[in-house]
Design a protein around this ligand. Structure first.
Ligand code: APR
Length: 231
């Protein structure tokens, strides 16, 4: 496996999915041990489920928070955050809501699917909430149920996050996808945008995905194993 010299690129973009956090111990969504094998997303991860039973949905997300708080970023997360310190232009576009990149020190992170660590009141906006359990299930100002600030099934992506992510993807000349099954759109369309804009595209995943043939190189390995080898 050839080493990548970051200095040969003007803008390096890491596009990450649940597999990025798998070696930290955070379950992925699909495949063995996947969250959606144990829980039906229709009951926990869509606006309809929230409207039907907000407390059940909030309790599910509290479990997810507890699971993430028991995990730590791994070597791969730190390689990405260190690169941001050494290289003038590094962006992380993540589908992950776990905040692991930020915990490792990455600052330039676009969270496509929101964050486990924020709640949203329909009338009073977004609040940060970072504990094991939520401070409060309802808004202190108006009493409305607070919903996780997460892009669930059927939700549109935040237009500003989307715009910033796509702008960065069009601008990058090295695009590295790590640990995504590439089945959930619009995010799954991002590698194609990078490719069409002329970036060198590399995929890291222990198994091939539908998008693997599109990549210049598809490396069948795990994030924590291969990132220290590549950089
Ligand atoms: N290193 C790299 N990749 C890994 C590792 C690892 N250690 N372990 C597993 N993978 C790969 C799996 O092979 C799989 O292709 O990570 C991928 C995880 O896929 P998903 O669970 O589908 O996660 P993701 O692609 O991020 O899901 C996209 O779907 O449920 C929604 O909103 C949720 O953001 C999520 C979106």
């Amino acid at each position: 496996m050839q080493k990548i010299n970051p200095d040969e690129y003007k803008h390096i973009l890491f596009f990450t999915g649940a597999g990025m956090s798998a070696e930290s111990g955070v379950p992925t969504y699909r495949g063995r041990g996947g969250v959606w094998n144990e829980y039906r997303w229709e009951d926990y991860a869509c606006q309809t489920a929230f409207e039907r039973d907000p407390e059940r949905v909030l309790k599910f997300h509290e479990l997810r928070r507890q699971a993430v708080l028991e995990c730590e970023p791994h070597a791969g997360h730190y390689i990405i955050s260190d690169m941001e310190k050494r290289h003038p232009n590094v962006t992380v576009v993540t589908q992950n809501i776990d905040g692991m990149h930020q915990r490792a020190g990455s600052q330039n992170v676009e969270e496509l699917h929101g964050s486990l660590w924020r709640l949203r009141c329909p009338w009073h906006g977004v609040v940060e909430d970072v504990g094991k359990t939520y401070r409060c299930y309802t808004c202190e100002d108006c009493g409305s149920w607070l919903r996780p600030d997460i892009v669930w099934f059927g939700d549109a992506l935040d237009q500003y996050v989307m715009k910033d992510a796509v702008t960065a993807i069009r601008d990058c000349d090295l695009f590295i996808s790590i640990g995504t099954s590439a089945v959930v759109y619009p995010a799954a369309g991002f590698p194609r945008i990078a490719k069409d804009a002329g970036a060198v595209c590399i995929e890291i995943n222990p198994v091939p995905t539908e998008l693997s043939p599109m990549y210049d190189e598809s490396i069948q390995s795990t994030a924590g194993t291969i990132l220290p080898v590549l950089f």
